[in-house]
Design a protein. Structure first.
Length: 75
């Protein structure tokens, strides 16, 4: 059981890293801070793919935390 949870935790961590890397940044350097700063500051709408990746990130994070808690209870 512990081995299966360890493998699942490893898989979740790799997926979480991959999804975070795929997300676009908040700004694009100096030009982003000047031109698009207001959009970030006042909560501009996320585009379709960014919104989907954000939701996937939260789901993977929740699953990662649940598996980590289960692993700590089994030790």
């Amino acid at each position: 059981m512990h081995t299966a949870l360890t493998v699942l935790e490893l898989l979740l961590s790799l997926l979480l890293i991959g999804v975070v890397v795929l997300q676009s940044g908040k700004s694009a350097g100096l030009s982003g801070s000047i031109a698009g700063g207001a959009e970030v500051l006042f909560g501009g709408k996320k585009k379709g793919l960014d919104e989907l990746l954000s939701k996937i990130t939260w789901v993977l994070l929740a699953a990662f935390l649940v598996v980590a808690l289960l692993m700590s209870l089994l030790l």
